[in-house]
Design a protein around this ligand. Structure first.
Ligand code: GLU
Length: 490
C-alpha cells in the first residue's frame, strides 16, 4: 500500500482557529498512527486577505502544540514549495490543460454583467444562482482576439448539466451532488492567482496526498474537486469531513461568543497538553468515555471511524477541567519552568526565588489550581509577606488571647532545628495541649498571620514552605498589626 500522506492547508488569517487546530491535529494523528507523513501547506492565494506575519505565527503556534510536520514551508521536502503563492506557474500550466480539453474556459464577462445576471436570477427565484456559460459560446478565434487585445479574464470550470457527482466520505458515507446546483467555479482569477479549488486539487495531487481530512464547511466544494480530479485524469484521495464546532447553544462556533484563537487560549495560560486533549475530543472518541489523553496516547487510539458526523459542542468548562487535570499530572520540574515564565511576567519578575523554594510552593499548590499563574494570584503570600489581613477572618478567628497563644508557638518554633512538616505539627500540638485548647484555635489565626487569608494549602505545608525564620517573622508581624475586634453584640 502507498504511504499515507495528510496535510493541513490553512489560509493564513493571522491566528489559528481552534477548528483549524482540530483539523491539523486529526491530520497529524492519522498520519502518525499509520506511519505516514503530515504536511503543512500554506494556502495564501487570496491576496485580499494577506496578513503580515500570519504564516510565521501559524508555524509557531503549531509547533507550540507539538504538531510537528514532516514537510512544509520551513522544513521543505520533495514536493515543495509548500506555499501556494510560490507555485503560480504550476497552476497556470494545469488550468491551461483543462482549457485545451474543454473542461474549463475563458470568461471575459465584466463585473457589471455578472451583477446584472445575478439580479435577474434573484428576481426569477431560480433554484441556484449560477453563471450562464455566456463565454463558453465564444469561438476559439474570438477568445484569441480578446486575449491578444489584453481583455481581463478569468478561467471557469465547465460543470456539466444533469449529472450526479458521487463520492465516499469516510465519516459521512456515500454523498451525491446534482451538478445543476453547482456554479461554473472560477479556477483562475483575473489577477493570475488560482482560486482555492484549483490550487487545492493540483497541490493535493502533486504532493501525493492520500487523505483529505478537513472541516464540514468544505463538503460543498468537494464535488467540484471530484470533477477536477476526473478532468485531470488523476486518482482521487479519500475524503473525511469533520463535524462543525458549535457553541453550547448549538449555533456555529463564532468569535462573538468567546475566543476562537489558539493564541488567546495560550495567552490565558492554558497548557498545550490540555488544549490538544480538549480539541481531540471535539468530534472524536475511542469508543469509551475516557477523556484524559496525552498526545502519544491519542496517536495510538485515533481512527477516522471514531469521528462523529454530528456537530461538536465547544464546552469551555471541560477545557478548564482538563487544564487542571493536566496540571495535577505534571511533574514539579515541568511546572517549575512554567512557573518561572509566569513570574517573569508578574510584578515579582525582579526578585530571586530559589528553585528549591519554588518547588515547595508548587507542591503546596499543585492540587489547588487550574492555571499555573494561579500559583501567583491565589497564593501571592509565597512571593511577598501579607500586605493585609482578611477582615472577616480577623472577626472570626482572632481572639483576645490569640497573641499569647501565638507567642507560645513562636517560642516552640524557635527551638526547632531544621524542622520537617512533622516537627511543625508536633510543636503546634504540644502548644495546644499545654494551653488545653483545640488545635483549630491556633491553626486559624496562624494561617491568617502567615498568609493574610483564610484559605490555602495545609497549615504544615504552609509552615514548611515558608520555613521557620520567615514564619516567625510573619507571626510577629501579625501580632503587631492585627487588632483584636470585640465581637459584635446585638
Ligand atoms: N485553505 C483551506 C482552509 O483555509 C483548506 C481547506 C482544505 O483543507 O481543503 O481551511
Amino acid at each position: 500500500m502507498n504511504e499515507i500522506r495528510t496535510r493541513f492547508a490553512p489560509s493564513p488569517t493571522g491566528y489559528l482557529h481552534v477548528g483549524g487546530l482540530r483539523t491539523a491535529l486529526y491530520n497529524f494523528l492519522f498520519a502518525r498512527k499509520n506511519n505516514g507523513k503530515f504536511i503543512l501547506r500554506i494556502e495564501d492565494t487570496d491576496r485580499s486577505r494577506y496578513v503580515e506575519g500570519a504564516v510565521e505565527n501559524l508555524i509557531q503556534t503549531l509547533k507550540w502544540c507539538d504538531l510537528f510536520y514532516d514537510e512544509g514551508p520551513d522544513v521543505d521536502g520533495p514536493y515543495g514549495p509548500y506555499i501556494q503563492s510560490q507555485r503560480l506557474e504550476i497552476y497556470r500550466e494545469h488550468v491551461e490543460k483543462l482549457v485545451q480539453k474543454g473542461y474549463a474556459y475563458y470568461c471575459f464577462c465584466s463585473p457589471e454583467r455578472l451583477a446584472a445576471l445575478r439580479e435577474e436570477q434573484l428576481k426569477l427565484k431560480v433554484p441556484q444562482i449560477k453563471y450562464d456559460k455566456h463565454c463558453l459560446k465564444l469561438s476559439p478565434q474570438e477568445v484569441q482576439k480578446k486575449l491578444e487585445s489584453g481583455e481581463k479574464y478569468v478561467i471557469r470550470l465547465n460543470i456539466p448539466e444533469n449529472q450526479t457527482v458521487k463520492f465516499y466520505d469516510i465519516i459521512r458515507g456515500e454523498i451525491e451532488f446534482d451538478t445543476n446546483f453547482i456554479d461554473d467555479q472560477v479556477l483562475l482569477k483575473s489577477d493570475g492567482y488560482p482560486t482555492y479549488h484549483l490550487a487545492n486539487v493540483v497541490d493535493d495531487h502533486l504532493m501525493k496526498i492520500t487523505h483529505v481530512i478537513r472541516g464540514e464547511e468544505w463538503l460543498s466544494s468537494t464535488p467540484k474537486h471530484i470533477l477536477l480530479y476526473e478532468y485531470f485524469g488523476w486518482e482521487k484521495p479519500q475524503f473525511a469531513h469533520l463535524p462543525l464546532l458549535l457553541n453550547p447553544d448549538r449555533s456555529k462556533l463564532s468569535k462573538r461568543q468567546g475566543d476562537v484563537a489558539v493564541e488567546e487560549y495560550r495567552a490565558k495560560g492554558y497548557l498545550k497538553e490540555a488544549l490538544i486533549n480538549f480539541v481531540a475530543l471535539l468530534g472524536w472518541n475511542a469508543g469509551d468515555d475516557r477523556e484524559f489523553y496525552y498526545l502519544n496516547e491519542l496517536i495510538e487510539k485515533f481512527s477516522l471511524e471514531g469521528v462523529n458526523k454530528s456537530g461538536a459542542v465547544f464546552d469551555l468548562n471541560k477545557l478548564l477541567w482538563l487544564n487542571g487535570e493536566h496540571i495535577r499530572k505534571k511533574s514539579v520540574e515541568d511546572l517549575l519552568s512554567l512557573l518561572k515564565d509566569e513570574i517573569k511576567k508578574s510584578k515579582y519578575a525582579s526578585q530571586n526565588f530559589s528553585d528549591e523554594y519554588l518547588k515547595l510552593v508548587i507542591s503546596a499548590m499543585q492540587e489547588r489550581i487550574d492555571f499555573v499563574h494561579e500559583i501567583i494570584t491565589k497564593s501571592y503570600y509565597f512571593f511577598e509577606r501579607p500586605i493585609s489581613y482578611e477582615e472577616k477572618a480577623i472577626q472570626k478567628n482572632w481572639k483576645q488571647e490569640t497573641p499569647e497563644h501565638l507567642n507560645l508557638l513562636v517560642d516552640a518554633l524557635e527551638k526547632l532545628d531544621n524542622p520537617s512538616k512533622e516537627d511543625y505539627e508536633k510543636a503546634l500540638n504540644s502548644v495546644a495541649e499545654k494551653l488545653q485548647i483545640s488545635k483549630g484555635k491556633i491553626i486559624h489565626p496562624l494561617r491568617l498571620a502567615l498568609s493574610g487569608t483564610s484559605a490555602g494549602p495545609g497549615i504544615f505545608d504552609l509552615l514548611y514552605t515558608l520555613g521557620k525564620e520567615e514564619s516567625i517573622i510573619r507571626i510577629k508581624n501579625a501580632i503587631q498589626n492585627i487588632t483584636y475586634k470585640e465581637p459584635k453584640t446585638s
